[in-house]
Design a protein around this ligand. Structure first.
Ligand code: BGC
Length: 732
């Protein structure tokens, strides 16, 4: 009887997928006890929160992000759990994705990594990261999308949509102003609203309002004296108020510091607060999280009400309904051929050809007998390390292996290390399986490389940074713009004995290149993930024509960066014993190329720069009208022709210059780009439509975006320092 009656029992509303989600949330909320509500808003393990078992509402599992799915750690320890089914595909780091300037690549990236997350039964992917590149010393720049708010905003949206098409939430991080790793928990960023709205927020806003992100991660740092994870101004006023965000604010791991602020200032789900084992020390268990017993007690004592709690629970339920309780979500896939292809193609499209004197590249393999590959980064695995984005991959093709397999027996490949930098082969308990020890004296290692280089037709030097502390790595910043491990001298010595030298810089950051004039060809090779070597070889030997463009400037020296010339990086310690460092962003809106152009400083390589093996000719800009009125649009067209010998893709960039303004404005700002594939000899006309929004600045006194009537100039070109045509028009 019991079985029969329960079989006919009506499905409760919260489990009825035909019901609107808000109705289901209301229903579930009404069934939860106070204790269940408290439980659902904080972690139960390193990466999960509990759901409501009694009601069949499942656990919510999160995972890093943002370049691949993190291997399993123990329930309550960071050590590897030792699963054998959690190896992943490493996609290129997000700087490389940004360097593709291709929205379709971003969609492919999001869809693919979302499929990997889904297959591993994760509901929240902790990424992408879109903090703006303010200083080349920031150890986490490799996880972000560069220095320009428009580029980052355009690229983050397809990533978010792609991930979420799998029923997996993107968790866009680190909101906001986490622009450096040094003192990341104690730095209080001080800047005007204009810089906040024009530079540091647009990518987050786009992720929320255009991408529909289901979650956001609060940042570690402070702003207006409150930590990012419970920040009234950033979370309540802007994110949830102005942008109408209906998702979940998740704390960065250990970023919560205060129960009252956590209750009132916009945090919804607390993760990573320090614990000490599952239960051995009750004072440090999950029940002691700021949003756990301390919150419960305040409610029981009548010191706070439950309005905020219900709001948080609603958001968490919404996230659960959108993800793990969506029965129609796809199944996902792990380490599929499609994912490797995606990783390789994104890598190929993001590689930037910085310099190519006398068309040294591509190397025509049929004319070559011997190639010397030199440098530690030709060997070193780069998917292991860097902090929370560290991965356990099914495979990673090193540059040396990629080159060898591309060349096969068509030429001889000889390798020499050249220098010994970082011999670490383990990170977070993931072992790369490499042995990078070499105890020979530095001079011997260098001389071997010089002799190897002298006797080869070409030298490919593969160096740069790596994923160890003080390189491209979370929780520490670099200490200088220079390449580490004496690489400058090694490159100079090699360039002296062989003029056919290509330098491949592996990094997620700009580096100084004092030897740039001594070497004909330079490639920015990023962190390319599982398919690194294959992607690089494809470009070096001309199977693919490079089309990446820099998503950030390469300054010639550190003092050419606003945060260093004028800012107060890395902050000034308060004298009140609070251990907080104040950091004024004195450069304001003048970040990256905005700073360089304002101060007429020539960079080593400019924002948007990147060469091809073919050449593109730009025609003249035409417009559909000479002036526009407020609320109107104006459309510009420009013909672009591939005048070189081979097919290639060009990123056509549109910048806007406000020629007369009541407030200081950058010389120009990126407001449009299109990547277009052109066959040799082909011409295409690229069009851009500009609206008021693209002409506006943020007026902090009025707290409003303003497009001021006057004359504007449209500049279209191949890089921020390579404008090919311009056009003036009026905003009436
Ligand atoms: C990082 C986050 C990451 C989290 C979980 C934190 O230290 O800042 O980006 O998602 O750890 O691993």
């Amino acid at each position: 009887m019991l079985g029969l009656s329960s079989a006919f029992a009506k499905t409760p509303i919260y489990l009825d997928e035909s019901q609107p989600i808000e109705k289901r949330i209301d229903d579930a909320l009404g069934r939860m006890t106070l204790e269940e509500k408290i439980a659902i808003i904080h972690a139960q393990s390193k990466f999960s929160s509990p759901g409501v078992q009694r009601l069949g509402i499942p656990e919510l599992w999160t995972t890093d992000g943002p370049h691949g799915i993190r291997p399993e750690v123990f329930w309550d320890k960071w050590d590897q759990a030792g699963w054998t089914n959690d190896s992943c595909v490493a996609f290129p780091a997000l700087t490389c994705l940004a360097a593709t300037w291709n929205r379709n690549m971003s969609a492919l990236y999001g869809k693919s990594i979302g499929e990997e997350a889904r297959f591993r039964n994760k509901s929240v992917l902790l990424g992408p990261g879109v903090n703006i590149y303010r200083t080349p010393l920031n150890g986490r720049n490799f996880e972000y999308m560069g220095e320009d708010p428009f580029l980052a905003a355009q690229m983050v949206v397809p990533y978010v949509k792609g991930v979420q098409s799998n029923g997996v939430a993107a968790c866009v991080k680190h909101y906001a102003l986490n622009n450096q790793e040094i003192n990341r928990h104690t730095t209080n960023a001080i800047l005007n609203d204009r810089a906040l709205y024009e530079i540091y927020l647009p990518a987050f806003k786009a992720a929320v309002m255009d991408g529909g992100a289901w979650s956001i991660m609060g940042s570690y740092n402070l702003y207006m004296n409150e930590h990012g994870c419970h920040n009234q101004y950033l979370l309540n006023n802007i994110l949830k108020g102005e942008w109408g965000f209906d998702g979940v604010v998740i704390s960065d791991w250990g970023g919560t510091h205060d129960t009252m602020q956590a209750i009132h200032n916009g945090l919804d789900l607390e993760f990573g607060t320090w614990t000490d084992g599952l239960s051995s020390n009750a004072g440090k268990s999950y029940d002691s999280y700021y949003l756990a017993n301390p919150y419960l007690n305040l409610i029981k004592e009548g010191k706070v009400g439950t309005t905020e709690l219900d709001n948080k629970v609603r958001r968490v339920l919404r996230l659960i309904f959108r993800t793990v309780m969506d029965k129609n979500r796809p199944f996902g896939s792990l380490c599929s051929e499609e994912h490797y292809n995606a990783a390789r193609n994104i890598g190929i499209e993001g590689i930037v050809l910085l310099q190519n004197s006398k068309d040294l590249l591509p190397i025509n393999i049929s004319n070559v007998k011997k190639i010397a590959v030199i440098g530690e980064n030709a060997l070193k695995m780069m998917t292991v390390g860097g902090g929370s984005s560290s991965l356990k991959v099914q495979h990673e093709i090193s540059p040396l292996d990629g080159i060898k397999s591309f060349v096969g027996d068509r030429a001889e490949i000889v390798f020499a290390r050249g220098y010994v930098g970082d011999t670490g082969t383990e990170y977070n308990g993931v072992k790369s399986g490499q042995n990078l020890n070499d105890s020979r004296p530095a001079e011997v290692i260098l001389n071997e490389a010089i002799e190897t280089a002298r006797n080869a037709d070409y030298v490919i030097f593969i160096g740069g940074l790596n994923k160890s502390a003080h390189q491209d790595c979370e929780d520490s910043d670099r200490t200088s713009l220079d390449l580490p491990y004496n690489q400058n001298s090694v490159i100079e010595a090699l360039a002296k004995v062989n003029k056919n030298i290509v330098v491949v810089n592996i990094s997620g950051n700009a580096v100084a290149m004092p030897w740039a004039k001594q070497v004909p060809a330079i490639i920015q090779g990023w962190y390319l993930g599982s398919e690194a070597g294959n992607a690089l070889a494809s470009v070096i030997f001309g199977e693919s024509n490079p089309s990446g463009k820099l998503p950030f400037s390469f300054p010639a020296k550190l003092n050419d960066v606003g945060a260093h010339a004028k800012g107060e990086y890395p902050g000034i310690m308060r004298t009140d014993g609070s251990k907080i460092l104040d950091e004024h962003y004195n450069e304001g809106i003048f970040v990256g190329y905005r700073w360089l152009e304002k101060n007429k400083i020539k960079p080593l390589f400019a924002f948007g720069h990147g060469l091809s093996y073919t050449k593109f000719k730009y025609g003249k800009i035409t417009a559909d009208k000479k002036s526009m009125t407020v609320g109107d649009n104006i459309t510009f067209s420009i013909p672009v022709t591939n005048i070189g010998p081979r097919d290639g893709a060009e990123v056509v960039q549109l910048y806007i210059s406000d020629l007369k303004s009541s407030l200081p404005r950058p010389i120009k700002e990126l407001k449009g780009f299109e990547k277009t594939m052109l066959k040799a000899g082909e011409t295409k006309t690229i069009t851009f439509t500009i609206s008021n929004e693209d002409l506006s600045f943020f007026d902090d006194t009025k707290h409003q975006w303003i497009a001021e009537p006057g004359i504007f100039e449209i500049q279209i070109g191949a890089a921020s320092d390579d404008i090919r045509s311009s056009f003036k028009f009026n905003l009436d």
